[in-house]
Ligand binder design. Structure first.
Ligand code: ATP
Length: 716
């Protein structure tokens, strides 16, 4: 047997200004002390730490009243702290520790906080944990001063709650309430979402139509695009290829043209050089002119010679001193030979030198004659003859030169003709190449034009040339006219559909998303509602079946303790009913499956039927105050006999009992202490005697409560 309630520490709570510790080392602990010493403040502290929120239930107007107010002797405090130590060896609470420390703190600003083994916890999370351990701030586990008749005094619904709390069903009730709150919230949300869907639906229908049109259009557009890609990429690449092939010979022709140009230049240069050679013609003219002059000169000299010879003939006989004919003939022959060879000489100075020597020899030849004859006429004649000979030599030389020139000119002329022929040939070739290039160029231009036309057409469908270039899938062969027909048909279809309002399409997408979101949310909410309903149903079943199975036993015990307290009579708890038919669980009546009835039963309050024949009492209203307390006690013991809570705190519950019943109460406490731990505030000796430990509470002049451990005699 272990005591769940181990210790309570109070600090700043009502009259407990300083830190005060009360250990509960026994199954029954009695707290005794004079009126107003602060005993009930301990019970309030217990309620407060267990989560009580109403100031009234803590015997105060405001929560501020909970904090030590101070007086002339002792100043007020700003903080209140109550710590409750619970034994958790049996793991009655969902925490894997041997001991649990529940602390509640507050300050005058009203801020209050809970810690559960030093972790902060919210009251809404703490309540179900305490409920599972069958602890609560209200109900029958903590009965305050003047509340000994609480069970009788409470409403049927409150009674049911008290029973459920002792049975440990409050945990499920709280869960059910939480589920119901969530269910209500989910239903409200569901309605809101449904309303939003309803509002959205008509517009969405219109938008969907637009979207369908758009989808149809984009489907056609995709098809058209595929056809366009196939058609244009095929022709584009075909034309590109043709164009490249058309360009090839142009390059070649141009190359060849260049070669021809070079050749023509070379030929022209050659021609120029040949024509330079033929310029020797002017030289021939000079020779001819010189020859004419020489002939003229010769004829003049001849005339002079004729005249001279005539004079010589007539005026002077021939001198015997004249050179012999043989000498003259020899000399003339020798000179003629030398002159013939000299004509071929190039050097003028050599010729001059030769002429000088001939002159000397001629002079020598005629010196003798002159010396003997000294006829001037003869000298003159010789000179003239000599001059004629010189002219003849010159004429001969020039004739040779003229002949040479004529030959040279002929060969140059021949060469010139040949060169001109070749040049003409090359020029013809060049012109032919030019012609071919031009033709090829026109051909290329034609393809280029067709390509530009194709590109322009492609662009007119709203595509870029880059797109066309980037098409990688190119058909080897296409049905061009078939594709053209298909494209025209699709374009006609597109024109029939008309342009799409992108704004509407965008809106359709947004609305569709929103509709989907709302539908999902609605489905989630429906699922949540259904899950919650199921959970509530399960919880109801649990509460219902646990309550029902315990209710019969409680009733048996209630009747037993009632009879024990009153010495006779009978008492029974029964579930309230809103229909004429009572639901009598005691007799194991069939529960109807009708939902309303089931719900009613779940909500049904607990009424008390009793009779004390000796006193002709037939209901709770006829009971006296003390009898009400007795009936409540009978119910309390009935309940704890079926489902004992970890501990009970009863504040002067024995105050309204007579001696006999006080004695009986003390005995029952003693007996039940095997199952439940008791903390009793009492002034009664019999009750004190039942206690294993006694605390005395005193209050000094400073208005501060103090705790003393007492022996029974001291307490009494
Ligand atoms: P009785 O036996 O008459 O029921 P009791 O021992 O139960 O008396 P309590 O009601 O616990 O007495 O204590 C009342 C005392 O606590 C009073 O003296 C009251 O002045 C004091 N008290 C209550 N609230 C405060 C507070 N906030 N600050 C200081 N003292 C307080």
């Amino acid at each position: 047997m272990h005591n769940v309630l181990k210790r309570i520490e109070l600090q700043g709570f009502k009259s407990f200004a300083g830190k005060t510790v009360l250990d509960f080392p026994a199954r029954v602990v009695a707290i005794v002390g004079p009126n107003g010493s602060g005993k009930s403040n301990i019970i309030d502290a217990l309620r407060w730490v267990l989560g009580e929120r109403e100031a009234k239930k803590l015997r105060g107007d405001t929560l501020d009243n909970l904090i030590f107010a101070g007086n002339a002797k002792k100043s007020a405090v700003g903080l209140v702290r109550v710590a409750l130590y619970l034994d958790n060896r049996k793991r009655g609470f969902p925490l894997d520790t041997e001991e649990i420390m529940l602390v509640r703190k507050a300050d005058r600003s009203g801020t209050s906080e809970f810690t559960w083994n030093e972790s902060e916890i919210k009251l809404k999370d703490l309540a179900p944990i305490l409920a599972r351990g069958r602890l609560g701030s209200r109900g029958l586990t903590i009965i305050g001063q003047g509340q000994s008749d609480i069970f009788v005094r409470s409403s049927p619904e409150e009674r049911r709650m008290m029973i459920e709390e002792i049975l440990g069903l409050k945990e499920f009730r709280l869960k059910k309430h939480a589920c119901e709150r969530r269910l209500r919230a989910s239903r409200i949300n569901m309605d809101k979402v449904q309303a939003m869907i309803n509002e959205l639906s008509p517009h969405l229908r219109f938008l969907r139509k637009q979207r369908t049109r758009f989808e149809k259009r984009s489907e056609i557009e995709n098809k058209l695009r595929n056809f366009e890609n196939e058609y244009f990429s095929f022709h584009y690449h075909k034309l590109k290829g043709t164009l490249a092939r058309a360009l090839e010979p142009i390059t070649q022709f141009l190359e060849e043209q260049k070669t021809r140009e070079k050749e023509i230049k070379v030929l022209e240069e050659g021609l120029r050089m040949v024509s330079e050679k033929t310029s020797g013609l002017s030289k021939a003219k000079d020779i001819r002119r010189t020859l004419t002059e020489l002939f003229d000169e010769k004829s003049t000299i001849r005339k002079d010679l004729g005249r001279l010879e005539a004079r010589i003939e007539f005026q002077q006989p021939v001198s015997s001193n004249n050179p012999s004919l043989t000498d003259i003939t020899d000399t003339v022959q020798t000179l003629t030979k030398e002159i013939e060879s000299a004509i071929l000489w190039d050097s003028m100075s050599d010729i001059k030198d030769a002429l000088g020597s001939w002159l000397r020899r001629l002079k020598d030849l005629f010196k003798k004659g002159l010396a003997s004859d000294s006829s001037d006429l003869v000298v003159s004649r010789k000179k003239l003859e000599h001059d004629i000979a010189a002219i003849d030599a010159k004429i001969k030389g020039l004739r040779g030169e003229e002949e040479q020139l004529a030959q040279e000119w002929e060969s140059a002329n021949q060469e010139f003709r040949e060169q001109v022929e070749q040049l003409e040939l090359k020029k013809n070739e060049f012109r032919e190449l030019e012609q071919k290039t031009q033709t090829q160029f026109f051909e290329k231009e034609r393809f280029q034009l067709r390509l530009s036309e194709l590109e322009r057409e492609w662009q007119s469908f709203g595509h870029s040339i880059d797109e066309l270039r980037n098409i990688t899938k190119i058909s080897k062969e296409i049905d061009s006219s078939g594709l053209e027909k298909k494209m025209v048909r699709l374009r006609t279809e597109l024109a029939a559909i008309g342009e799409i309002d992108e704004g509407l399409v965008h809106e359709a997408k947004e609305s569709e998303d929103r509709y989907e979101f709302l539908s999902r949310e609605l489905a989630d909410l429906k699922k949540a509602v259904s899950d919650l309903k199921n959970l509530i149903k399960d919880l109801d079943e649990k509460i219902h079946s646990d309550f029902r199975s315990s209710f019969r036993k409680i009733n048996e015990e209630f009747n037993k303790y009632f009879r024990l307290m009153f010495g006779e009579g009978k008492a029974k708890l029964k579930l309230q009913t809103y229909k004429s038919k009572d639901i009598n669980l005691e007799e194991g009546a069939e529960i109807t499956t009708d939902e309303d009835e089931e719900n009613q039963e779940l909500r049904a309050g607990v009424e008390i039927d009793l009779s004390v024949p000796r006193k002709s009492i037939k209901g709770i209203d006829m009971l006296s105050g003390g009898e009400k307390s007795l009936t409540s006690l009978a119910a309390l013991f009935a309940l704890i006999s079926v489902s004992p809570p970890p501990f009970l705190v009863l504040d002067e519950i024995d105050a309204a009992l007579d001696e006999k019943n006080t004695q009986r109460f003390a005995e029952l406490v003693k007996e039940f202490s095997k199952k439940t731990q008791f903390v009793l505030v009492t002034h009664n000796r019999a009750t004190m005697e039942a206690a294993d430990a006694l605390y005395g509470i005193t209050m000094g002049d400073d208005g501060v409560s103090k705790v003393l451990s007492l022996k029974l005699e001291e307490a009494v």
